[in-house]
Design a protein around this ligand. Structure first.
Ligand SMILES: *Cc1c(COP(=O)(O)O)cnc(C)c1O
Ligand SMILES: [Zn+2]
Length: 438
């Protein structure tokens, strides 16, 4: 395996080199796995191997990422795997929600049930492991850094701390939740809050990492895609190797939809599956450059200044992995759709009433699902998976704001504030009787 230019330049680069873009044309790189060595196992053997490792405690195969080690970074030494047994998250049947929305075969992949509360852990275990091996081999790298809307920095800080590698985090001041800010602080990262937005932080971190002593961990670094792509394989494994009809995922920088496609492509090439699911990229209307590109037939990349959105992890105006995501959408007959602040909050609140606890990004995906079912794009018999990307507990400001009816541009139709009552049994009985219509 090696890095190659996504735009097609012929050079190969070692994945242990400090390199993020093609030195020739400036395009993103991608990790390429030669198919021939992987074809020494049959499709049935791969399925059996991956299924047998899932959720065991055998190092490092009990990790959902490293359980597919041969497909991720085969040449990584055991002692350099930096893993907290990420992945293997639950995929559950959202029976009541699916019925309400008119897609009874609706499944939620709860990626937020993970170490730092978002699916960013999947990519970060890979990136930090490679950095550990680079450092062991005498590389100039001394630390890792990223600009972040919150979840990337939490994952980087945690995995770097686990490995004992210093981490530098650049955050847009005042634009991430308390929970997102406090994670890197607690993990001992060097947290720098800058007076700019995410795209501004991204520019600074690229300058700071130019001299090769600090390794850039943003998703322009395609190592992370290798870990993130395991979600697609994991979903199919959890369905006993059946491919769902649709997968809906909230998108910002567009690395993760590219990763899903990459995982599915590998499964097709090795014969584990015979078709692609249709991928849906769900954007917040306040930060929708990919939606606009899609509407214009992907003629040009649209970049714009992202506006404020409750879905702050996808508040991105100039998505790094644009070209890869265009390929992912085109090759899966995919769709890009958007959701307003009111729609995302409503969708999250409705889902919460069926037992979920959705982050705002998952709200974006669910609002998009609702639209696609309503306009007949997603049929009522189609197996549909929504990727829930972060844990709702990271976004309590969003939840509290909704139920206190204080969110801008949002009508809290399902506000359910706690009732304040005297400590008096008859008052309590009256209240319960009134609520339950007893
Ligand atoms: C990073 C992230 C996304 C979007 O992933 P991209 O690769 O940036 O498109 C969605 N939801 C959450 C919670 C995230 O942290
Ligand atoms: Zn190139």
């Amino acid at each position: 395996m090696y890095f190659r230019c996504f735009a097609g330049c012929p050079e190969k680069h070692s994945i242990f080199d400090v390199i993020y873009t093609c030195p020739n044309c400036g395009s993103l790189l991608e990790v390429h796995h030669e198919r021939e060595p992987l074809k020494t196992k049959t499709a049935a053997e791969w399925k059996q191997l991956f299924s047998s490792r899932a959720s065991t405690s055998v190092w490092p195969y009990g990790s959902g990422v490293w359980g597919m080690r041969e497909w991720v970074i085969p040449m990584l030494a055991d002692e350099n795997v930096v893993s907290m047994f990420e992945g293997n998250t639950n995929l559950f049947w959202a029976e009541r929600l699916g019925e309400q929305l008119g897609v009874p075969d609706l499944w939620i992949k709860l990626c937020g049930n993970s170490h730092t509360g978002s699916f960013k852990d999947l990519g970060m275990t890979v990136l930090v492991s490679v950095v550990k091996q680079m450092m062991q081999q005498g590389s100039s790298v001394k630390a890792v850094a990223c600009a972040s809307t919150g979840d990337t920095s939490a994952a980087l800080a945690a995995y770097a701390a686990y490995a004992g590698i210093p981490a530098v985090i650049f955050l847009p001041a005042g634009k991430v939740s308390t929970a997102q800010l406090i994670q890197p602080v607690a993990n001992g990262a060097h947290v720098l809050a800058l007076d700019t937005d995410f795209d501004g932080c991204m520019k600074i971190v690229q300058e700071v990492t130019e001299d090769n002593s600090i390794y850039l961990a943003n998703s322009m670094n395609s190592l992370r895609i290798e870990g993130q792509k395991t979600v697609g394989v994991e979903i199919v494994r959890q369905f006993e190797w059946e491919v769902p009809d649709w997968i809906i995922i909230p998108v910002g920088n567009l690395g993760n939809i590219s990763a899903l496609h990459k995982g599915f492509q590998l499964m097709i090439d090795l014969g584990l599956i015979d078709r692609m699911p249709r991928l849906v990229a769900a954007q917040a209307q306040a930060a929708n450059p990919f939606y606009e590109s899609f509407k214009a037939g992907f003629e040009n990349k649209v970049s714009k200044t992202a506006k404020d959105t409750l879905a702050n992890a996808i508040r991105i105006g100039d998505p790094v992995s644009y070209e890869k995501a265009v390929t992912a959408v085109k090759e899966t007959n995919g769709i890009v759709e958007q959701a307003s602040e009111d729609e995302l909050a409503e969708a999250a609140a409705t889902a919460d009433l069926t037992g979920m606890f959705c982050c705002p990004h998952t709200g974006v995906a669910l609002a998009v699902l609702k639209k696609l079912v309503a306009n007949g794009t997603i049929g009522k018999d189609e197996k549909t998976v929504v990727v829930s990307t972060a844990h709702g507990l990271k976004f309590t400001d969003f939840k509290v704001g909704y139920h206190e009816s204080t969110l801008d541009g949002v009508t809290s139709r399902h506000a359910n504030p706690a009732a304040r009552l005297p400590a008096d049994a008859s008052a309590v009985k009256d209240e319960i009787a009134r609520r339950l219509s007893l």
